[in-house]
Design a protein around this ligand. Structure first.
Ligand SMILES: Cc1ncc(COP(=O)(O)O)c(C=O)c1O
Length: 395
C-alpha cells in the first residue's frame, strides 16, 4: 500500500524539498498525535494560530452552532451576517478607540493587500516603506514588501514604489516623506527571529508618519491575540497605528484575516470606485464564529496576561551552555543557539524527541517558542527538559 507520506509528496503541492513530514491524526490543547500513537508537544502553534489551544471545546461548539445555521451565503459585504457583526463589535470594543471598523478577508496576505490598497487610495500616494527581514505574506503585493532583496528578485517585476528601511535604525526612517502612502511594520519582527523594537523606535516611527501624513500600518498577524502578554502588541509600546492587520489566531484555527482602522479610512474602499476590494469568502461566518469564541476564551481565561509569567518560566528554566540568548515577549520567543548548524541538527533531533519545532525565515541560528497559550506550567517544564536533552544529544 502506498503510504500517506508518499501520496502527500506526489499529490500535494510542496513548499520546499524538506517538509517536516510528520503525519498527524488529531490534536488537543498543546499536543499533536500521529497515527502510530506518538505524541508531539507543539511549540509553534501552526505559526501563532492556535493560541486558544487545539480542538478548543468553545470553538468547536461555536463552529457547530454556526454550521447548523448557515455557512456561506453571499460574497463579503452584502448581507448582514451576525457572526461578522458580533466579532467586529467585540474586537473593536477591545481595541483602542481609533479602531472602529473591521474589514474581513481570508488570510494575512489578503489583509496586507487590503491595507496597502487602502493607504494608497486614502493618501493619493503610491510609495510604501517596509523593513528589511520583514515577512508580510506571499501574494504579489505582500511579497513586494518582503524584507530580502535576493528572494524578491526571483519574482520580479513586483509592485513598484516599495522602499526598505532598517528595523531599529532611526536614521533609515529618513526615507519617509510626503510621497509615502504608508509604512508597514511588525511591532515585533517575527521571521527576522523575534526582534523587539529598541528604545522608542516605534514612537519615532509614529512621529515621522504624523509629520509626513503617512499612514502607519502594524502587521500584528503573529503578535496578536495575547501572544506577547497584551492582547495586541501595539498596547505594549503605547503607539497606535492607523491600520492594523490581523490573521492567524483571528480565526481560532479557521482561515480568516482582517484589517482594522477608523471608519473614515476603511470606507475609502467602498466608493469612487465602489468594490475597491472584494472577496468571496472574506469574513466567512464559520471562521468569524470560531474566531470570536477563541477571543472570548483568551480574554475570559486571561491567557494574554498569563503568557507573561509562562514566558518568564521558559526563560528562567531554559539555561544551557549552547543557548546564546532568548529574545521576545510573553510566549513569542526565539531561542538563539551557538550556531546555525547546531540549530538545524537540534530541529531534526527535537522532532524525533516529540517536539514540533520551527526556525525562522531570516534567522537560522534560532528556533521559536510560541506554544498555544493554554500551555500549563508542568508542560513548560517538560518542554524545557526535552529541549535541553535534545541540545545535549546534538552538540
Ligand atoms: C507577520 C506575518 N504577516 C503576514 C503573513 C501572511 O499571512 P498568511 O499566510 O495568512 O497569508 C504571515 C504569515 O506567516 C506573517 O507571519
Amino acid at each position: 500500500m502506498i503510504s500517506s507520506r508518499n501520496l502527500f509528496l506526489s499529490h500535494v503541492g510542496q513548499t520546499s524539498t524538506e517538509p517536516l513530514l510528520i503525519e498527524i491524526e488529531k490534536a488537543k490543547g498543546i499536543w499533536l498525535y500521529s497515527p502510530d500513537g506518538k505524541k508531539y508537544l507543539d511549540l509553534v502553534s501552526g505559526v501563532s494560530v492556535s493560541n486558544a489551544g487545539h480542538c478548543n471545546e468553545h470553538i468547536i461548539t461555536a463552529v457547530n452552532n454556526q454550521m447548523d445555521k448557515y455557512a456561506h451565503l453571499m460574497v463579503y459585504g452584502e448581507l448582514v451576517q451576525s457572526p461578522q457583526v458580533n466579532y467586529a463589535r467585540r474586537l473593536t470594543e477591545l481595541m483602542h478607540d481609533h479602531f472602529e471598523t473591521v474589514y474581513f478577508v481570508n488570510s494575512g496576505s489578503e489583509a496586507v493587500e487590503g491595507a496597502i490598497k487602502t493607504a494608497r487610495r486614502y493618501t493619493g500616494r503610491s510609495r510604501i516603506v517596509s523593513f528589511r527581514n520583514a515577512y508580510h505574506g506571499s501574494t504579489m503585493g505582500a511579497m513586494s514588501l518582503f524584507g530580502d532583496q535576493d528572494f524578491r528578485s526571483q519574482f520580479m517585476p513586483l509592485i513598484p514604489g516599495i522602499v526598505q528601511a532598517e528595523f531599529n535604525n532611526e536614521k533609515s526612517l529618513s526615507v519617509i516623506d510626503d510621497s509615502v502612502a504608508a509604512v508597514i511594520v511588525e511591532p515585533i519582527q517575527a521571521e527576522a527571529g523575534i526582534i523587539n523594537p529598541e528604545n522608542d523606535f516605534l514612537k519615532t516611527l509614529r512621529e515621522k508618519c504624523n509629520k509626513s501624513g503617512t499612514l502607519l500600518i502594524f502587521d500584528e498577524i503573529q503578535t496578536g491575540f495575547g501572544r506577547t502578554g497584551t492582547l495586541f502588541a501595539y498596547e505594549r509600546y503605547d503607539v497606535v497605528p492607523d491600520i492594523i492587520c490581523l490573521a492567524k489566531s483571528l480565526g481560532g484555527g479557521l482561515p480568516l484575516g482582517a484589517f482594522v482602522s477608523s471608519n473614515k479610512i476603511i470606507s475609502t474602499l467602498s466608493s469612487n470606485p465602489a468594490l475597491g476590494h472584494i472577496t468571496t469568502f472574506g469574513g466567512h461566518p464559520v471562521s468569524c464564529a470560531a474566531g470570536l469564541a477563541g477571543l472570548e476564551y483568551i480574554t475570559e481565561n486571561e491567557l494574554h496576561l498569563k503568557s507573561v509569567d509562562k514566558g518568564k518560566r521558559f526563560r528562567k528554566k531554559l539555561k544551557h551552555k549552547e543557548i546564546a540568548g532568548i529574545r521576545g515577549e510573553g510566549l513569542f520567543m526565539a531561542v538563539k543557539l551557538s550556531s546555525a548548524e547546531l540549530a538545524s541538527r537540534f530541529i531534526e533531533q527535537g522532532t524525533k524527541n516529540g517536539l514540533i519545532l520551527d526556525q525562522f525565515l531570516f534567522c537560522n541560528d534560532s528556533f521559536r517558542i510560541s506554544p498555544p497559550l493554554v500551555i500549563k506550567n508542568e508542560e513548560i517544564d517538560y518542554a524545557v527538559d526535552v529541549i535541553k536533552q535534545t541540545i545535549d544529544e546534538v552538540r
